[in-house]
Design a protein around this ligand. Structure first.
Ligand code: PSU
Ligand code: MN
Length: 304
């Protein structure tokens, strides 16, 4: 169904859930196209959708297909996205171009937030948000995700920022932008594959209801922007920081030596970590996304 004027196609299932006021959880597509190899990417996308359903919500995976924003993808489309070659990875800067040029594109956290908001969805689950990259003093590489949190009213449930990043600067940036960063049952900022980065969490909540109450208060105050909820990876799936930090340094050095820049940095680093950990980083990545989808659904339900 096309919403008037907007190049927006909302699936019947998602439309119906939104009309009835049910919990809908947005899911991104960059993890599928640029974050994980096939076939784990498609398997994970399905598993995450099943998780949202099992917890009483409706999943809405978001991607750009033939120049239209699709909110809610059928299984055939998920499968196609998992192997498609000519798919852009887009953020706020290139969303309009992808649409006007009739392209296929996967949406990063920033672009997914914009599209979710257009569709009337306020809760979104991902793996790890983008952030301030290590070496920012030289590269100026700061993910557009961080600015989107300050602008677009969507709750993003993540396992912290990817540990490949400069997490201390990422938190500082979010504080400056006025973005609430809430730890779910933790007082430590999680580091994606690891439960703790060793950095103190700005805020802490111990239930989905507490998070929903804060979101409701933000609405009452008419505060613009979103909320970052940081949910540590389940204990049995984590790779402790002491084990993974050396490998991260290797991957970051290699990226630098090979002149990897721009949009390819994050996919390159995730790919190298998969090789350096013998696949363990991918298993952890899958586990944390599923766990985030569960919490996002609980927050969505608490908001209804
Ligand atoms: N979470 C994952 N894997 C990913 C991403 C998140 O588990 O690949 C993606 C998200 O789409 C996020 C993007 O927005 O990585 C960050 O890219 P960049 O650093 O280029 O902004
Ligand atoms: Mn970047």
């Amino acid at each position: 169904m096309m919403t008037s004027g907007l190049p927006l196609v909302i699936s019947a299932e998602v439309r119906n859930a939104l009309d009835k006021g049910q919990a809908v959880v947005a899911l991104e597509s960059t993890i599928i196209t640029h974050g994980m190899p096939w076939p784990d990417n498609v398997r994970t996308a399905r598993l995450v959708e099943e998780t949202v359903r099992a917890e009483g919500g409706v999943p809405a995976t978001i991607a750009i297909i033939d120049g239209k924003i699709h909110v809610g993808l059928d299984d055939k489309t998920l499968e196609w996205l998992g192997t498609a070659q000519d798919v852009m990875k887009i953020s706020r800067a290139d969303l309009a171009f992808a649409l006007s040029a009739g392209r296929h594109a996967s949406t990063t956290v920033a672009a997914t937030m914009i599209c979710a908001h257009l569709a009337g969805i306020s809760v979104f689950a991902t793996g790890g948000i983008g952030g301030v990259h290590r070496g920012v003093e030289e590269t100026m590489d700061i993910s557009a995700d961080l600015l989107e949190f300050a602008r677009t009213p969507v709750v993003v449930v993540c396992a912290g920022a990817k540990a490949l990043l400069d997490l201390r600067r990422t938190l500082e940036f979010l504080e400056t932008q006025g973005v609430p960063v809430v730890g779910y049952k933790t007082s430590d900022f999680p580091a994606f594959w690891s439960r703790s980065s060793g950095l103190p969490m700005p805020l802490r909540a111990d239930s989905a209801g507490e998070i929903a109450a804060m979101i409701a208060m933000r609405r009452t105050l008419a505060l613009e922007g979103g909320v970052v909820v940081a949910n540590p990876v389940p204990e049995q799936d984590e790779i402790p920081q002491a084990e993974i930090e050396k490998l991260i340094r290797t991957a970051v050095e290699e990226a630098h030596e090979n002149g990897v820049t721009g949009k390819t940095v994050t996919p390159y680093l995730l790919g190298r970590m998969l090789e350096l950990t013998d696949g363990r980083s991918l298993k952890t990545n899958i586990a944390l996304i599923v766990s985030n989808a569960r919490l996002a659904t609980h927050i969505g339900v608490a908001l209804t």
